[in-house]
Design a binder for this molecule. Structure first.
Ligand SMILES: CC(C)(COP(=O)(O)OP(=O)(O)OC[C@H]1O[C@@H](n2cnc3c(N)ncnc32)[C@H](O)[C@@H]1OP(=O)(O)O)[C@@H](O)C(=O)NCCC(=O)NCCS
Length: 183
């Protein structure tokens, strides 16, 4: 199998107080049934909370022409500590590519950037797990395919979890080790 190409994206750190973050709230995810509610809820509540009270980091991504083509967040938390023996681990609350720029390899570039950032954080001499987690609706086949191609494995393929905030839409957990092999 030939690995899909990622397109270079320029990652720019931001935070919820910045105009470029607020502009994300107007992105047109409405065509994607339940994702609009989920994306807005995460942008308005979950991510600001992580930035303020946890270790949440947020980036927007620009293409070579300077268009903002995507955004993503990364946190260090204990959301899925049942898989890490209680240790803090890395977690991607959300990533998205603007609908006008999808299917060009930007999603892959963004996931690779988040994996690299988590791998850097994993080198800090603190007893973190080196697992990077995310959760994704089972209906979001495109995202699951992207995560599989980036090396994530589904932890509960036969036991998806209903999301009470989205009409019990089912989601699965995916994880990947970001440990850097010793030279
Ligand atoms: C999921 C998402 C980030 C993918 O971004 P993208 O820039 O279109 O993805 P890429 O172009 O980098 O695609 C890389 C791989 O992902 C998979 N993929 C991406 N979109 C897909 C789709 N709609 N259908 C099937 N596979 C898809 C493919 O395997 C693709 O590999 P290929 O190029 O060999 O076919 C984007 O569709 C998105 O932002 N969706 C809305 C928000 C969302 O669902 N975020 C994830 C929440 S967990």
């Amino acid at each position: 199998m030939v690995a899909p190409q990622s397109i270079p994206v320029n990652a720019v750190r931001t935070d919820p107080s910045q105009p470029e973050y607020q502009a994300l709230l107007a992105w047109p995810f409405a065509a994607l049934p339940f994702y609009e509610g989920q994306v807005l809820r995460l942008l308005q509540n979950d991510i600001p909370h992580r930035v303020k009270y946890s270790s949440g980091l947020v980036w927007i991504y620009r293409n070579l022409a300077g268009d903002t083509v995507g955004f993503a967040a990364l946190d260090v938390c204990q959301e899925y500590e049942q898989f890490t023996g209680g240790k803090y681990h890395f977690y991607i609350p959300l990533l998205a590519v603007h609908p006008a720029f999808q299917k060009r390899g930007h999603g892959r570039g963004i996931v690779e950037h988040l994996i690299a950032e988590a791998a850097l954080l994993a080198q800090i001499p603190v007893d973190f797990s080196n697992l990077l987690f995310l959760d994704v609706y089972t209906a979001n086949k495109g995202a699951i395919s992207l995560y599989n191609k980036c090396g994530f494995v589904t932890l509960n393929p036969d036991a998806p979890i209903p999301d009470p905030q989205e009409n019990n839409e089912e989601y699965v957990l995916m994880a990947k080790s970001v440990a850097v092999a010793p030279e």
